[in-house]
Structures are given as C-alpha cells and as structure tokens.
Design a protein around this ligand. Sequence first.
Ligand code: ADP
Ligand code: MG
Length: 257
Amino acid sequence: MKIVLESICKEFFSRGLRVEALKNISLEVEDGEFLTVLGPSGSGKSTLLFIIGGIEKASLGKVSFHGERRSSGPMSAMVWQQYALFPWRTVKENIIFGNEVRGIPKHERNRLADQFIELIQLKGFENHYPHELSGGMQQRVALARSLCNDPEILLMDEPLAALDAQTRTLMQLELLKIWSQFQKTVVYVTHSIEEAVLLGDRVVILTSRPGQIKEIVKIDLERPRTLDMMRSQAFHKISDLAWGAIQDELLKANSKK
Ligand code: ADP
Ligand code: MG
C-alpha cells in the first residue's frame, strides 16, 4: 500500500497555547517500502504516525493511500515501545485477539496464531503470560499480534527502544526477516541513526519542532541486511550523511528545552 502525504500540518492547542507539531510534510512511501524516520524528541514523529494511522487528523493537508483495499481488516497496525499486551491473556490469546474481534472462525484464528508463533520463534511459550517473558519476547508477541491482523501498513514507534543492545540487534534482524516475507509498507520511527540505516530503504530526517522534512537519505545497501554491513564503509558513509543532517536539529531541540 502506497502512502501519499501532501503538505501535512498539525497544530495542537493545549492550556491556551498553540503548538505547531508538523509543518508542510509532503512525502510518498512506496508500496512495500521500509521507511525509517529520525528526528529530535518533540519533532512530531509520533504525531506523523498517528496521522498516517488515522488516529489523529491533520490540521491541514491530505493523506491518501494507493492500492487495493480489502474489505475486511484494519488497514494499519501500530507497534509501540510499550508492548501493550494484555497481561491477563496468554501469548496465543494475545495474538488471537484481533481476529477474535473481527469474528474470524475459531479454527482459522488458531491456525493463524500458530503460524505466527512459529514465525516469531515462540513455540513452547504459547500458554505463557506476558510477565513470564523477556522484553524481547514480549515485543515479538506484540509484532505477531499486529501482523496477524494482516494490516497493509505497519507503523512502528521506537518499538525496540526499551530493549538491551544485544536483544535489540537480534530483533532488528528478525524484524527484517519477517518483513521480507510479508512485504508490508513500514514506517518506523527510531532515535538511533544506526537502526534507521540498518533497517530502512530510505531515512527521513525531521527538523526540530515544528517537524519539517530536513532531508531524505536513500540507503542503497543490498538486502538481506546483515550485521557485517554495519561495519562496512558504505554503512558509515550513509550514517555520516544522516548524522550531518540531524546534529544541528538535535542542538536546536535541546536549546528549546
Ligand atoms: P516526537 O514523537 O517526535 O517526540 P510528538 O509527535 O510526540 O513528538 O510531539 C510533537 C509535539 O506536539 C510536541 O511538542 C508535543 O508536546 C506536542 N503534542 C503531541 N501530542 C499532543 C497533544 N495530544 N496535545 C498537545 N500537544 C501535543
Ligand atoms: Mg514519539
């Protein structure tokens, strides 16, 4: 599903103050693209995802989607840093939830859940509750729960930020593997330049508030991506470009605090 944003602006009013969160964002995300978004804190990254997901409305501008829309099922799914799993449901019950709500027949939703449990390598943990799992496992369940609903767009807001560095790296590679099988359009917000470059086809860099597009860096590293690539010259060259674009913005954002 292709996403087209045209001159998106978003302002919030809170306690009598007007906050301009996003300004004039025009962007096309290709069908099946993995787009990463970098920007200082407060630059409107989460707001941008909410607008694409239809959770927030843009103050100005237009969001449109090009591609076939299936009649059933949500079009987009969000994955957050907080895994937001239901603590009273087991792994399998969490993954099944969306299809239960959508009224998918029991044997079919069981089949789908089993397939996704296999995919996220949690076989044997189906009947565990979230508190019995590590952070990495919980995030895999959250990812499976989203994918199980067969969304056309996956919106991810710093989903791995709470994990330790090693688990995060493993999850990055796992996520890429899963994505390569499903070819969903992904918009992935992160504050890690390395993560943005390792995962993305392109990285969008936002300015400090109000968020505008500062630069879009194309990441022409081949796929599948590997950890070795992170040590390559090409990787460093792209990371340096991204770093160059974002560093002034980080300083600006910091001085506004
Ligand atoms: P980021 O995810 O890049 O850190 P956000 O999208 O969360 O940034 O927020 C961008 C700006 O909009 C911030 O200044 C934030 O305080 C403001 N903002 C976000 N959501 C709301 C809201 N619901 N009401 C008022 N202000 C908001
Ligand atoms: Mg945010």
